[in-house]
Design a protein around this ligand. Sequence first.
Ligand code: ATP
Length: 670
Amino acid sequence: MSVLPLPGAEAAADEVATEPVPQARRRRGLPGFLRRPGGVFGAGWLVLVVVASLSAPLWRPYEPGQQDTANRLALPSAEHWLGTDPLGRDLLSRIFTAGALPLLASALMLVVAFGIGLPLALVAAERGRRVERVISRATEVFLALPATILLLAVIGVIGNRLYPVMAVMGVLISAAVYRVLLGVAQSVRQRLYVDAARVNGLGSLRVNLVHVLPSMATVVAVQAAQLFGIGLLVVAGLAFLGFGPGEPEPSWGFMIQDASGYIYNAPWLMVPTGLVLALTVVAANELADALAGRAAAPTVRRRRRPLRRAVQAVTPATPADPEAVLEVRDLTVSVDDGPDLVTGVSFSLRQGQVLGLVGESGCGKTMTARSLLGLLPDGVAVTGGSIRWQGRELAGLTEREIDRVRGREIAMISQEPMVALDPMFSIATQLVGPIRRFRGVGRKQARRIAAELLRNVGIVDAQRVLRSHPHQLSGGMAQRVCIALALTGEPRLLVADEPTTALDVTVQAEILSLLRALVRDTGLSVVLVSHDLGVVADICDTVAVMYAGEVVESGTAAAVLDAPAHPYTMALLGANPHVPEGEPVPERLASIAGTVPPPGSWPAGCRFASRCRFAEERCTAPFPALPAHDTGSVLCIRVDELSREHATWEPESAGDETHVQPTPTAGVPA
Ligand SMILES: Nc1ncnc2c1ncn2[C@@H]1O[C@H](COP(=O)(O)OP(=O)(O)OP(=O)(O)O)[C@@H](O)[C@H]1O
């Protein structure tokens, strides 16, 4: 007997890992699964059988043991609608009297299986890889046990008592339930709105109850429906083998076994009981399929984002800039038992300033930014260096300690506003909760503050937006709401990970000007992650250019962007399609041959050397020391020579060019 795989449940689990299209959720009328014939049949038949079985004592035409000896083995008639058994007992009355037991026993099995499997999956998904490994190994032991033999052994010990036996069956099945739900819980926890909820101070229990569980509901329902059918078959199978209520008590399994003895001279006897059992199992499966179909249909796939954090030993560092509110020194972020993703990253940020982290995709910008909030993916940790925020060390804080900082002192906005908002709740609900938690105010006042926050981020019809759900907002509006959400805890530092990437150019300019206004009016500091030099030039005071997990050049935005000193910065600017206002549009853009080397295969010397036009043999040797630069730092041993030579990264030849399609950014001075 095996309960895995559960194909429908797995399909639904797979789909739940993607982001739902909110419009589909909000369609009015019948639930999605009831728009499918299988769903209508499954739900209808199950309701009928459950109601008829539980209420059988109220309506059955005969007592289940009442014998009509003149009418033995009768075919259906007006007196006995489904016929009679060898003792002349009414089949209709016996079938539905017998129904309560398998239905309740199956339900008990489900309660036990989900009562164990679901909490274990939530805990394993939340607590990280080590806890998950322990729980998974333990459940694998259960999966390896031969369930049928074990059940018979249990019956041998506790006797012919069906409910305890089915409870034991539930314990065995909980391992399979855990396996399916773990994957779902892990993927739901990776959604940005769960991340946002954690940043907004929601405790782990409430994150699970409010955000994770509702998103798992479909998979739980699919799996429960399938397991219910399996439970019915188990009960019937046990009764067929003689384990279950004995004569004269009716049971489906025993009635089928009894009928099998009359298969040649009274074949009809098998039909009613067999049909009711078969239809009930099929109905459970049809319902599961319809539920899985409902989950599968209205979805689109989105990029998954890593979220969880793990902190390991860190080394302290002394502050270099006395005016800095944020001082990151020699930050190293690594995969557990794996390569470094970020090494030796240092930068500082003053109050009311914006720091841009720039670089190609995969350079470690996001890992660096997420380290500030303790929101690294599971299995990735800060393994060295220091993150000092307002004089306090953040690297190495426990989850509980960093919880007090997240949202209240440091908040986050992300690249995909639509995914950062929970599609299930109105904007008011999503704002009021964090406001009440962070500011300790009542619901009414929280709603007033929510409206005020929306107005502060440029939303004029705040009341309408408060009543809306995320899918009713445009991308720009949703990002404004996300910024308002980030401001609910009155943070002093905002980590903005590509906040304008998903928006069109006009809206990008609006959001940038909103961020600028917030910085100017409130003294907020911002760490802005971007691969767009136009955006960085537009808003940042200082810049740290990242390549292959390290900062290769840093300094004031004016210095770095106007007079880049590191070849990689020169190359990025040479390949930048943004054209400064008033400057001639270049005919060709430079390109950078090759790709960023992945973590684990960085060379010992300059990591950019293999792509650098100015590289010499000595560039491949390990760096002697970090060369100094007037206004920041440059990780290039040829920096002085290149500066003297006025080196620039120009398009070299026809093979090294890209024709320009200028996309002027509103107000980008570059
Ligand atoms: N959970 C993870 N486990 C292992 N490696 C990871 C994980 N998440 C990211 N990485 C790797 O870490 C490196 C840095 O990734 P990161 O997301 O910080 O880059 P990025 O510069 O922000 O790029 P992008 O702009 O595409 O987000 C990449 O090589 C990436 O593949």
